[in-house]
Design a protein around this ligand. Sequence first.
Ligand code: FCB
Length: 438
Amino acid sequence: MLRAEASLTSDPAWQPLVPTGPIRFSEDFAWGVGASAFQAEGGDVPNDWNDQIRTGRFPPNPGNGFFELAEQDFALVASLGFRHYRLSLEWSRVEPERGRFDEAALDRYRAICDAARAAGLTPWVNLFHFTHPRWLVARGGLGTPEGQDDFVRYAEHAGRALQGHADHFHSQNESMVYVFGAYLTGQMPPFGSDGEHAQAMTRVVLSLHARSYAVLKEIDPRNRVATIEVYLDFHPEDPEDAPNVASVRSLDGWYNCILEGLATGHVTLPGAPEEPVAIPGLRGALDLYGFNYYNGTRVGRSGVASVAERPDTPVDAMGRHVHPRGMETGLLRVAEALPGVPILVTENGCPTTDEDFRIRYVASHLAALDRARRAGADVRGYFHWTAVDNYEWAEGFSDARFGLVGFDPATRERHVKRSGLWLRDVIAKGALDPATVP
Ligand code: FCB
């Protein structure tokens, strides 16, 4: 029975965020989990993140054992009721040297996709999640036309190799997080910080998406190919300050230019050139829009911070305020920009070691999803980030744990957390009962 009509959470800071009434999910609502190769597999693969780890710039990454234990993980995740598993290929494993594709690695990825299906999970294979093969970096990376052709050739090879094993693909993860982090703010390899180059790389990643979309559809038109972008809900720090408002608007236009690109085939980037730039093949190059969301982003005099609506807004283990409203805004914005395109939440979750926090966070975001859905966004599913705790990039393995499942680093034995059991019950009932939110 679904009882509550008011928030029952014992924590006043969460009361304005958690759902107050029951939320129902249809039988075909797609429940899934998301993960990426390097974060879950770790290992001594020849990529640029490992090179940085070796210099001490990033923490070590032993992985969580997914590459070896995928069969067990699928059984566990399926037992919780999930029906979809988003994973990625580690490019440097698949193509450790330029033009040499490693059949043993491809065999393992094929077996992983088959095992997912055998467990009742649809594998969604993402081809690029931030890491570059070492050989690509040595040749100048994705900024060169040859590097871009290398990417497309890899996408084609991977798509063909997985034929009959997977038919749901993503060309890349969060292309704009990648552009901003790798070419504008210098936070991830290759650590660039040049606005003009970052704009050029924006056009590159959009074009790589368009080209890989075409290639994957050509291999088999039945392949479902989706983009994945994280939505940053931008806010000016001082809404009264016109220059602050204008610069945030321009940043937002740049960051979210993929919406314009997918809708029209061209993008308008701030500054020169003012004219829209055509990205061949981008218009309509998606079967689904993959929408990631974590928090809101406030930009202004004091730099970049997360959005806190109230002084007591809860903060996660990475110092980010919980802001479900941004998810609702983002879903509606995508729905308006790309009418007729189904939306899938391909990542949402939080870094924490506190299971009450995680349950409240997920419940609050499912409530936001539901509001957006009721206002017209065609949201088909929710993939939680992540299944098993993994390597959170620069945070490494720390308290920034996003998993519904934990593991013992010595034995790699898995244990389902309270949030995993809670979500299992939501899925089984097809409903979120607010009375179950602590
Ligand atoms: C996303 C990344 C993913 C993970 C989550 C927490 O932006 O795509 O790899 O780190 O954040």
